[in-house]
Design a protein around this ligand. Structure first.
Ligand code: MSP
Length: 631
């Protein structure tokens, strides 16, 4: 059993076919895809599994509503998932349907084994059942008598059923989680599970009488019952890779490196699943990772709230790659993230159209115009060029580390920050002017910028496979490795595609969040527009920057506020080098009383955002002159 270091098995939840896929489903699937592509690029042997969960009451009800048989309903719905994943360029190695024969047989095999081992018993039981969750709740778990997920009162049901002896594994599970800190991630979810396990664990009801629900896998030891949908669904992670049918295949892939899930299904994955595996004698997966929710207007997407963002609509409007980019860039893994089209467009315009797209077009225009479209030579690199090269060489190492820690949003930000630094480098070197005086030197600058761009693009390829492949296809290379110098001088640069045309934005309307106008508790500290107008905020350009001697944190900046040049002192030296500051458009308060800090006059204050140890300057996203008022 067990993985060699090159094996990478990753799974998504299998999605219910009672509805079409939305951004939430797409997110988990894209995340698994990005990780799979990344591991394949590293030379690892990858198995990426996704699929659909087709049994259970929800699906039966949806079929009933559509007036068709459950299997026909599944056959109809599964196409939406398969088509969406195809459009999103998802490279899953297998797509499981729980109505597939091999899966049903394997589930029955597991049930038979557990029954024979006495892990399953028959019992009369009464409990609160939530159809939405397809599970019984104990009274303690209900909030005001309602299911905490669906906020609906569950039905009280009493009937004979079959139970899995889950309770007997409680101590083992607590101990296992404690001894394996990487098993449940992030830590907040791990703590949540440990908290849940402080209460006595009940046995798990794993059957449904056919009289109530017929749509499921029949129990091999009682034909009047079907298997509880979660018991059937969780087993997909092993049946899809040949459990009880193809030992060689199963032993090659299991245990999974990652089960990616949303935070809504933590209990089933972190309590039911490990105890099921333990009872069946199967080793544990390495990591179960629960990400947060995509929210729309701060609420979870749901059909009943009619706030579903359908991935295909977005792709049709903006293209696949920007959608993938936004979802991965804007969710801090583990936390919830809010989705609005406005945020999407803002991210698209700033990172993709501006930072990335501008660099591509600058480089290609200059090479076409001045070097007959042939990649110039890196003849006369100076210190500044060398610095870009050094940064490009260390970039893959830091990005790979972040990806291995599942900090994908930071990995992307690191690459884009590097792209921004090349744009800055171009502004410092000014190849468009330099070419008139020194063509060789300009050649070095353009080689450096192009090779930096190639490496950055290569690192973004798992996230935006389509556009980046087009881009990289235009670069003549010795090999497409992440190694500096693989860009071939003297060879023609191919036709570069227009990657990310800017999206024009309309003025946005501000929707009031609440229907009534009563001030909430939060509103009590609100300021009026007149209070706010007292503070004069303007954009300013940093002309010069230097450290204040004998201090660790202070930078002295000379800024242009549009009307005048001023000097300010800012405590940002921990976070920004003086060179980085030059040319930045920042936001400053200009009507503050001047102060003297360490003997240096400071006439104004810049704005920065701070959280924990992280500090970032507040800057103007797109080009704007100094002196523009901010408000
Ligand atoms: N069928 C079960 C899972 C069985 S896995 C053995 C199920 N299906 S589901 O269709 O409801 O999809 C659940 C998963 O979709 C979540 O865990 C999450 O991965 C994803 N998302 C659904 N809505 C989401 C958001 N609003 N935001 C982010 N992801 C969410 O539960």
């Amino acid at each position: 059993m067990n993985n060699t270091k090159n094996i990478f098995y990753i799974t998504t939840p299998i999605y219910y076919v009672n509805d079409k896929p939305h951004i939430g489903h797409a997110y988990t699937t894209i995340l698994a895809d990005v990780l799979s592509r990344f591991h394949r690029a590293q030379g690892n042997d990858v198995f990426f599994l996704t699929g659909v969960d087709e049994h259970g009451q929800k699906v039966q009800q949806a079929a009933l509503k559509a007036g068709i048989k459950p299997k026909d309903h599944c056959d109809r719905m599964v196409v939406h998932f398969q088509k969406t994943w195809e459009k999103l360029e998802i490279t899953n190695d297998f797509f499981i349907r729980t109505t597939d024969d091999y899966h049903k047989k394997a589930v029955q095999n597991v049930l038979r084994d557990l029954w024979n081992k006495g892990e399953i018993y028959e019992h009369e039981y009464g409990g609160f059942y939530c159809v939405g969750c397809e599970r019984f709740y104990t009274t303690k778990e209900l909030v005001d008598g309602k299911c905490p997920q669906h906020l609906k009162e569950p039905e009280y049901i009493k009937e004979k059923n079959y139970f899995f002896r889950m309770s007997k594994y409680q101590d083992w599970l607590v101990d296992y989680i404690n001894r394996n800190p990487g098993f449940i991630q992030p830590e907040s979810r791990r703590n949540e599970v440990l908290g849940f396990l402080k209460n006595k664990l009940e046995d798990l009801c794993i059957s449904r009488p056919k009289s109530r629900l017929s749509w499921g896998i029949e129990l091999p030891f009682d034909k009047d019952f079907v298997t509880y949908v979660w018991f059937d669904a969780l087993l997909n992670y092993v049946t899809a890779i040949g459990y009880k049918q193809d030992d060689a295949k199963f032993n090659k892939w299991w245990p999974a490196n990652y089960h990616l899930i949303g935070k809504d299904i933590v209990t089933t994955h972190c309590v039911y699943w490990p105890t099921m595996l333990k009872a069946a004698g199967i080793p544990m997966p390495k990591t179960i990772f629960a990400h947060g929710w995509w929210l729309v207007d701060e609420t979870k997407m749901s059909k009943s709230l009619q706030n579903i963002v359908k991935p295909l609509d977005l792709i049709d409007k903006y293209g696949v790659d920007p959608v993938r980019y936004f979802l991965i860039r804007d969710m801090v893994l583990g936390q919830d993230a809010n989705f609005t089209e406005e945020m999407f467009i803002r991210r698209y315009n700033s990172d993709l159209a501006n930072d990335f797209g501008n660099l591509v077009s600058r480089i290609s225009t200059l090479i076409r115009k001045n070097y007959d479209n042939l990649i110039p030579r890196e003849d006369k690199p100076d210190e500044i060029d060398e610095e870009v090269r050094k940064n490009a060489e260390s970039l893959p190492i830091s990005v790979h580390k972040l990806i291995n820690e599942l900090r994908l949003y930071e990995a992307i930000e690191t690459v884009i920050a590097f792209v921004r630094s090349i744009n800055r480098y171009m502004e410092i070197q000014q190849p468009w002017k330099l070419v008139k005086q020194d063509k060789e030197k300009t050649g070095s600058v353009l080689y450096t910028a192009a090779e930096g761009l190639r490496i950055a693009a290569k690192l973004l390829e798992p996230v935006m496979p389509g556009k980046i492949a087009d881009l990289l296809g235009a670069f003549p290379v010795h090999s497409d490795k992440l190694i500096w110098g693989n860009l071939k001088s003297g060879q023609p640069l191919g036709q570069l595609p227009i990657l990310f045309p800017r999206v024009q934005t309309k003025k946005l309307e501000h929707k009031p969040k609440k229907a009534d106008n009563k001030p909430s508790e939060k509103d009590i500290n609100l300021v009026t527009i007149d209070d706010f107008a007292k503070i004069k905020l303007v954009t300013a350009k940093v002309m010069e920057a230097e450290r204040v001697p004998d201090t660790a944190k202070l930078l002295k900046l000379q800024i242009d506020t549009g009307k005048e040049h001023r000097q300010i002192v800012a405590g940002i030296a921990d976070h920004y080098e003086p060179e980085q500051m030059i040319g930045k458009t920042i936001v400053v308060v200009t009507n503050l009383q001047p102060v003297t800090i360490r003997g240096i006059k400071s006439n104004g204050m810049l704005l920065a955002a701070k959280k924990g140890k992280k500090l970032r300057l507040v800057t103007a996203m797109d080009d704007i002159e100094p002196g523009a008022s901010v408000g």
